[in-house]
Design a protein around this ligand. Structure first.
Ligand SMILES: Cc1cc2nc3c(=O)[nH]c(=O)nc-3n(C[C@H](O)[C@H](O)[C@H](O)COP(=O)(O)OP(=O)(O)OC[C@H]3O[C@@H](n4cnc5c(N)ncnc54)[C@H](O)[C@@H]3O)c2cc1C
Length: 331
């Protein structure tokens, strides 16, 4: 299904992200995970794009397999880094032939081990150029072209400390043809609400989907800090994890509880979509749904009559809208 139709028909979207596994065994395990998560009726799932050649093939294989073997809508990530125009056009053609309709267009980071790679050799330096390239591709399965998502960073992207410029760059991606924004993980909803308002002020009016990654272990927390450079870990969260000492189950419970409260608050504040970074496991996501008291995404959707792209109807008194980000609940 084209991503525009998904956003058109669903007031709130729920999506799960996977990465391509390295072995056949891991691939089978992932398909079990996908089967378990399919029961939660996500609006779509997405598959990350790796840095090296063989991982890149695995993204293609996984996305095509999801398309063929499940009823899920699959969104493939694609990055600018280490790619020529011809290579990118070839990838888009292959996706078209397999009926893949949606792409998350990203800048990408330099792969480990290729720190000496000259980015000037790449066709595109920034994601807005990739968005424009995908938009111009005229062999997509749908006459509207590919559905296109882009990344957004509520707490700021580390390469652009100037936050005004950053929003300008984000707007360029939307103006180039992006259909929605999916955010980096964050742990304080106030950061998301403020980002959403800043997007509004900048005239960015595509749906903004909130990225949620529950902490499931202390190792996982350390990896997140490394992967999502600049991410803030609130003291309240770190204190709660600290209290668990050496108890891994305790850490997982705290992480899932925190993510549940984030989701509950985001849903109360009319978030347009929740995107779960699953790390190829189903447990944490399933627990969050359980904690929210629902069997599947259908039960979590916000009101069917939604007024604008990211905000509730102005005169609906039953809906609490934080006037300012600092009045939003401090989750
Ligand atoms: C939801 C999500 C999914 C992701 N999936 C993947 C994945 O599958 N594979 C992967 O390798 N990485 C992935 N990433 C990581 C992402 O590729 C990196 O964080 C990357 O550094 C930024 O990507 P971007 O698409 O925002 O790049 P861009 O939009 O190109 O921005 C990169 C930096 O350049 C700045 N910038 C943008 N335009 C300009 C300009 N015209 N002039 C000067 N500066 C500019 C931006 O402000 C930012 O600091 C993902 C990130 C998110 C949030």
């Amino acid at each position: 299904m084209h991503i525009r139709d998904i956003f058109q028909t669903r007031p709130t979207t729920f999506s799960f992200e996977f990465f391509p596994p390295r072995t056949d065994r891991a691939s089978d395990d992932l398909f079990q995970t996908i089967a378990q998560l399919q029961a939660l009726r996500p609006s779509f799932v997405s598959v990350t794009y790796g840095a090296g050649g063989s991982t890149r093939e695995r993204t293609h294989d996984l996305i095509v397999r999801i398309q063929r073997e499940t009823r899920l809508t699959a969104v493939s990530h694609l990055t600018c880094v280490c790619h020529s125009r011809d290579e990118l056009a070839g990838i888009l053609d292959r996706y078209s032939q397999s009926g893949i309709e949606n792409i998350l267009a990203l800048g990408g980071d330099l792969p480990r081990g290729r720190a000496d790679h000259d980015r000037n050799c790449d066709a595109f330096q920034f994601a807005d150029q990739l968005v424009a390239f995908i938009r111009a591709h005229d062999r997509a399965p749908d006459p509207r072209g590919f559905g296109i998502g882009v990344a957004g960073f509520p707490e700021g992207h580390p390469a652009t400390p100037n936050r005004l410029k950053e929003i300008e760059y984000l707007k360029r991606k939307v103006d180039a043809g992006a259909d929605y924004i999916c955010t980096q993980l964050f742990f304080s909803n106030a950061d998301f609400y403020d980002f959403r308002e800043r997007c509004d002020l900048a005239g960015i009016d595509v749906p903004i989907v909130a990225g949620i990654m529950p902490i499931t272990s202390k190792d996982n927390l350390a990896r997140m800090a490394e992967m999502a450079l600049g991410a803030r870990f609130p003291a309240r969260l770190l204190r709660a994890i600290g209290r668990c000492g050496d108890d891994p189950e305790g850490v997982e419970k705290v992480g899932i509880h925190w993510a549940t409260e984030q989701c509950r608050d985001l849903l109360d504040n009319q978030v347009r979509g929740l995107h779960f970074y699953t790390l190829n496991r189903s447990n944490a996501t399933r627990c969050i749904y359980e904690n929210l008291g629902v069997k599947d995404s259908g039960a979590l959707e916000n009101r069917p009559h939604f007024a604008s792209t990211n905000h509730p109807a102005p005169n609906d008194a039953s809906v609490h809208v934080p006037e300012r980000a600092d009045r939003a609940p401090q989750v």
